[in-house]
Design a binder for this molecule. Structure first.
Ligand SMILES: [Mg+2]
Length: 354
């Protein structure tokens, strides 16, 4: 059965509204935290990955906003409501309801739980009536960079629509990212930025707190030949640091000047490369078997591509979002404009050959 192409503009406008409302919620939670993150509602899921009440509230707000705008949807989110459904976690559930209520007046706990679970990752098949086939769906990381969020640093709300295995709509809210390239990443901007893209237009940017501002196309300055400014993960274990070091040495040995990586949490890295603040985001594979989750890359990679960059794995292979919850066909991540991207692919190949 042929799938009708999605209405990209309608989807983008729903996605922009969804991440704007979610960012309002996450910002309020982050601002209510102590400097050590202790009042963030930081919780620990069974697998020990950090999560906060803001992750859950943001997923609910995004799901609800998309359904309001578009009707039934298929959504693959990072979170499920399982933790909050445990009676032992009633206080966390109440805190989530309170966090969501400024943008969802009168929300009840049962509605919040059901709406979070519209995007529960373990639920693969969408509701009857959702448009597209099983390979067309929204994917959401309600807070990418939860550790950065708890620290009071950078994080992002990342939403993309994947059509037949390819991201075609992206909305990436970076509530703490400044338009000023000189502002340290650790110093949160009062307004933040939201990056937007569809597969048929340029990447654009708007203030994160303004639902009505006209998006401006990103004009990425050209990279300086022979020199690469890198951006990497704040959390070293997200990549293979010794391999990254060997790649940098191989680049330097071939005469490329490499600037030490700036560190920033989450898909903010894609935005930083897309707007020309850095040339390359390199994530070397942390192990031979580890695969990246689709919601950690779908929105950011489309935005960077529509700003004139390539977003591939470390060997230059295109990212394949059509193989389930993870990028099963890819190893690590490499994003940047063609010149620097090509140099890094060569360096990775040289390092892999030993
Ligand atoms: Mg997350």
């Amino acid at each position: 059965m042929s799938q009708p192409a999605p209405d990209l503009d309608a989807y983008l406008s729903a996605a922009r509204r969804a991440v704007t409302l979610a960012a309002r919620v996450t910002r309020a939670v982050q601002q209510s935290m102590g400097p050590d993150g202790l009042r963030s509602g930081a919780l620990s899921k069974a697998d020990d990955s950090p999560v906060t009440i803001a992750d859950f509230a943001a997923q609910a707000v995004v799901a609800r906003t998309l359904v309001h705008a578009l009707g039934p949807i298929r959504l693959v989110g990072e979170e499920s409501a399982r933790y909050l459904r445990d009676p032992a976690h009633a206080a966390a559930l109440a805190a989530c309801v309170e966090a969501a209520s400024p943008v969802w007046p009168g929300v009840r706990a049962d509605e919040l739980l059901a709406t979070i679970d519209l995007g529960a990752p373990e639920i693969r098949s969408g509701p009857a009536g959702a448009p597209g086939g099983p390979d067309s769906f929204w994917t959401l990381d309600p807070i990418d960079g939860t550790k950065g969020f708890i620290r009071g640093h950078q994080y992002s709300v990342c939403l993309a629509y994947i059509h037949r295995g390819v991201p075609v709509v992206a909305a990436l809210a970076c509530p703490n990212l400044s338009p000023d390239f000189e502002r340290p990443f650790e110093d949160p901007d009062p307004r933040g930025l939201t990056f937007l893209a569809t597969a048929d237009g340029p990447a654009r940017v708007v203030p994160a707190d303004d639902e009505t501002a006209t998006p401006k196309a990103i004009e990425r300055p050209a990279a300086i030949p022979g020199s690469i400014r890198m951006v990497g993960s704040y959390t070293a274990s997200h990549s293979n640091e010794s391999m990254s070091t060997r790649v940098v040495r191989a680049l330097e040995a071939s005469g490329v000047r490499v600037e030490r990586p700036r560190r920033v949490d989450s898909q903010v890295k894609y935005a930083v490369v897309a707007r020309g603040q850095a040339d390359v985001f390199l994530r070397t594979p942390r192990s031979a078997v580890y695969r990246e989750n689709i919601w950690d890359h779908a929105a950011g990679s489309l935005i960077a591509q529509r700003a004139g960059c390539l977003a591939t794995d470390v060997l230059g292979v295109g990212l394949d979002f059509g193989r389930g919850l993870a990028l099963e066909g890819n190893s690590g991540i490499l994003c940047g404009p063609a010149g620097p991207h090509g140099l890094v692919v060569e360096a990775v190949r040289a390092v892999s050959r030993g």
